[in-house]
Ligand binder design. Structure first.
Ligand code: SF4
Length: 335
């Protein structure tokens, strides 16, 4: 058994998990809401520790991270389970499965994972992604610690629905985050994700304050979360609280899982892109059959520093330490 962190024991062999804002009280033998943590005889156990459901080497742009080691590759791993239940989940086969429909494969020894990244010169480290990494907290912490000991880098792609104390420990070992900001409306979070907005905003603020690299993804769903005023309020908040250089990825929605809404029309994404650019220097469109709005330009002198054709990168206007070759503005993070 792999005992979980961040929980307390209660009477009658119950436990309360304190990893995320759900604060599940779990009876003996039962699972928490994420289906990844279970009460085994009064001890909270991580049921997904070291059991991978997916493992691939991807371009880092696929996470998406556009301002963190562009052009490099990263080993991406995931387990199963999620502490949110988005009806539009784009990866529900891994996130919304449970112990009755397991997708977990074999245990993979941490040495084998590390070997994969060490022997590949173009690989910068490991990304925790596919399902929600928070619910596999203990394994993420352990692998991230080992990766850092080998002087490689760690990335977490997350919904940001985690409590401040566990997140503070994580930020010691994670170098870059991509956080999903699914909307800017608490009712939307409640209705479509069975969650609340405030903890996600708190996580964004905490990550920013930690100094770790941060990019944000917003999945745009037509008629569900594409209200112009709400979107503009979100961009204003990001700019005011996290800074105008915060990177925002607008991602096109396709019908998945329990939501059958039609795919986001590209013109909606183009329109929201224009709104976002009034407040933020770096906005990108993703999940589209076009490479429009995927280049990186210097916000100061407007010189194009990186051209992207999907995941193919041409770095033509950038110094080795991530500055614009023309005016010296710092844009890309190489740590
Ligand atoms: S991490 Fe899982 S078990 Fe813990 S509070 Fe969140 S949903 Fe519940």
């Amino acid at each position: 058994m792999n005992e979980a962190l961040h929980y307390t024991k209660l009477e009658n062999n119950q436990v309360q998990c304190k990893l995320c804002p759900r604060y599940c009280i779990i009876e003996e033998g039962r699972f928490g809401d994420c289906h990844a943590r279970r009460n085994r005889h009064g001890v909270l156990s991580s049921e997904v520790y070291g059991k991978l459901s997916a493992m691939n080497t991807d371009p880092i742009e696929k996470k998406p991270l556009y301002h963190f080691f562009p052009g490099k590759e990263i080993l991406s791993i995931g387990t199963m389970g999620c502490n949110l239940h988005c009806v539009f989940c784009q990866n529900h086969a891994l996130s919304q499965c449970n112990n009755r429909k397991p997708v977990l494969k074999k245990n993979i020894h941490s040495d084998d994972l590390l070997d994969l990244i060490i022997k590949d010169q173009n690989n910068i480290g490991i990304s925790f992604t596919y399902n929600e990494p928070t619910v596999n907290y203990e394994y993420v912490m352990e692998i991230a610690r080992l990766v850092k000991m080998r002087s490689k880098f760690t990335v977490m792609v997350s919904n940001g629905y985690i409590n401040p104390d566990p997140l503070a420990l994580l930020t010691e070992y994670i170098d870059a985050f991509n956080i999903d900001l699914k909307g800017f409306n608490n009712s939307f979070y409640k209705k479509y994700s069975k969650a609340t907005l405030a903890p996600v905003l708190e996580s964004l603020l905490q990550i920013k304050k930690s100094g770790k690299h941060l990019e944000i993804t917003n999945l745009v769903i037509p008629t569900i979360n594409d209200d112009e005023d709400e979107f503009e309020a979100m961009c204003k908040w990001i700019s005011r609280e996290l800074g105008e250089d915060t990177i925002l990825h607008l991602s096109r929605y396709f019908p998945r899982y329990e939501l059958s809404q039609y795919p986001t029309p590209p013109e909606i994404l183009f329109h929201l892109y224009d709104i976002a650019k009034n407040y933020l220097n770096h906005v990108y469109l993703g999940n589209m059959a076009t490479e429009l709005y995927s280049n990186t330009s210097c916000p100061k002198c407007k010189h194009t520093i990186i051209e992207r054709t999907y995941f193919h990168i041409v770095k033509s206007g950038i110094t080795d330490d991530g500055k614009c070759i023309k005016c010296g503005t710092s844009i890309i993070k190489y740590i």
